[in-house]
Design a protein around this ligand. Structure first.
Ligand code: BES
Ligand code: MN
Ligand code: ZN
Length: 477
């Protein structure tokens, strides 16, 4: 983990490479914290645009080897300033490899300090697990005192970074070693030193206790499904939030097999569960005054002589029967069983998160999640606030017709492609009853198959962690 060191030394006397923000105000280029270097920045080719990062040898009267200029654009609203600082700082730590960096950004309040630090720490992420010769990583981030944060703010920031890192690491891990049981063990281990209890339903428990969805999806693999429940229940909690995550450690599609090009990246189909587990642990680490239960619905969707067929009719944990019309619509089956368990505890809010539909990617692209369900607005608002914008979509009941089955209560997929993201949401809605609920489809933003940008790396992004922590923190206020 990167150390944060607050310093107040003379910037030009630093031996550590210095990062300077470059802005553009009323068409004028500025280096707000070091005006004397304006011409130097201009000569380095800076125009102040967000995304620009230029590394140049230091001026001769500097002690450090190099200086980095980072464009932060011309943000207008306070929220834009936060997001631009976050992204600009991330652009630097993502693209510059150095064990030490000193940041000098024109932060005017603690929110701006926090956003800059958050972006810098998130951008410094590297996944080197399988690399024989990993590059250096950022060890220490020097950050001018000015707006020194409180101990609590620092530890909450570190808990947030840890949670995002945990999600990225799990998502990026090869599915050869990450499967339902190993993922469960990872969370069991992580919960040991925290006030978080760990419970697990193994394959035989799932069969005995009627978890038809989890069993149908996971039984085709030698590495059987399981359900994990993490509970953080602080004394005097002001509310109870239940989190349900889709944890398909690899999605081949099953007998409704995916074409091989669509199967690539399907190790990331456990992102929802990884996020819910990491958020529960972080809430405990931050001692948020809210009870958080996380339900991780873990299964591997493979083909074998023991896998589900299409035409199979299964009985879910809730008692509803489902005709499997497409084995690749597996996420909703495992989530439905998780939602049944979560809602049975009557929490104040149930949120599920899943890489659920290709349709979500088509509709909203790769940076914005889709949020559905009666509690969608509060999720959207929190997501915009923390810079992980999600947007809302309706779940009109007439769409239930698309899931009509001639033999069972409901089918798991529609033969029509229209409104694929919403139809999946409508399926889930049948398992939540009256409990206040939001469904977040992160098929797009959960995994970055394009190039890295801002503080978002390629591969697992950790998108959604900060939104959920914000929602939980709000419920504790
Ligand atoms: N895991 C996929 C959804 C997905 C696709 C996530 C691309 C990330 C990127 C999901 O299990 C799936 O296969 N959904 C099907 C549903 C369909 C069969 C109704 C889909 O979207 O095609
Ligand atoms: Mn699938
Ligand atoms: Zn899937």
């Amino acid at each position: 983990m990167t150390n944060i060191d607050v310093f107040s030394k003379d910037l030009s006397a630093l031996h550590t490479p210095l990062v300077l923000a470059v802005t553009k105000k009323d068409d004028e280029l500025q280096v707000p914290t070091f005006p004397a270097l304006l011409d130097f920045a201009r000569a380095a080719g800076m125009t102040g645009k967000l995304g620009e990062v230029n590394r140049v040898p230091s001026p001769h009267d500097f002690s450090a080897d190099f200086v980095v200029f980072a464009g932060v654009g011309s943000p207008n609203t306070p929220a834009d300033v936060l997001q631009n600082f976050r992204e600009a700082a991330g652009n630097v730590t993502r693209s510059i490899t150095s064990e030490e960096l000193a940041f000098s950004f024109p932060t005017k309040n603690r929110e701006e300090v926090l956003a800059t630090l958050e972006g810098a720490l998130l951008g410094a992420y590297r996944f080197a697990k399988y690399q024989s010769n990993p590059a250096k990583t950022l060890q220490t981030l020097y950050f001018p005192s000015g707006d020194a944060l409180t101990e609590t703010e620092y530890s909450q920031l570190q808990a947030t970074i840890k949670a995002v890192t945990r999600v990225r690491d799990l998502v990026n891990t090869s599915p050869l070693e990450l499967y339902p049981d190993s993922m469960a063990q990872a969370f069991k281990k992580a919960s040991k030193n925290l006030p978080v209890s760990f419970e697990k339903w193994d394959y035989h428990d799932l069969k005995d206790q009627g978890f038809g969805g989890l069993v149908a999806v996971g039984k085709g693999s030698k590495r059987k499904p399981c359900l994990v429940k993490l509970t953080y229940a602080p004394e005097g909690a002001k509310a109870h939030v239940a989190l349900v995550g889709k944890g398909i450690t690899f999605d081949s599609g099953g007998y409704s097999l995916k074409p091989s090009s669509s199967m690539l990246t399907m190790k990331s189909d456990m992102t929802g569960a990884a996020t819910m587990g990491a958020v529960c642990l972080a809430a405990a680490e931050m001692r948020l005054p809210v009870t958080v239960t996380a339900w991780l619905c873990l299964a591997e969707n493979l083909v074998s002589g023991n896998a589900s067929r299409v035409d199979d009719v299964i009985t879910m944990r809730s008692g509803k029967t489902v005709e499997i019309t497409n084995t690749d619509a597996e996420g909703r089956l495992v989530l439905a069983d998780g939602l049944t368990m979560a809602t049975a505890q009557h929490p104040d809010l149930v949120i599920d998160m899943a890489t659920l539909t290709g349709a979500q990617r088509i509709a909203f692209g790769t940076r914005i999640a889709g949020v559905m369900g009666c509690q969608k607005d509060r999720i959207r608002d929190a997501s915009v606030k923390v810079g992980e914008p999600a947007w809302t979509a309706p779940l009109p009941d007439y769409l239930l017709e698309h899931l009509h089955s001639d033999v069972a209560d409901i089918a798991n997929s529609s033969s029509k492609r229209e409104a694929g993201m919403l139809v999946a949401g409508i399926f889930l809605k049948q398992f939540v009853g009256d409990t206040p609920w939001a469904h977040i489809d992160i098929a797009g933003p959960g995994f970055n198959t394009g190039s890295a940008w801002g503080y978002t790396p390629k591969g697992g992004t950790g998108y959604g962690v900060r939104t959920l922590l914000e929602v939980i923190a709000e419920m504790g206020r």
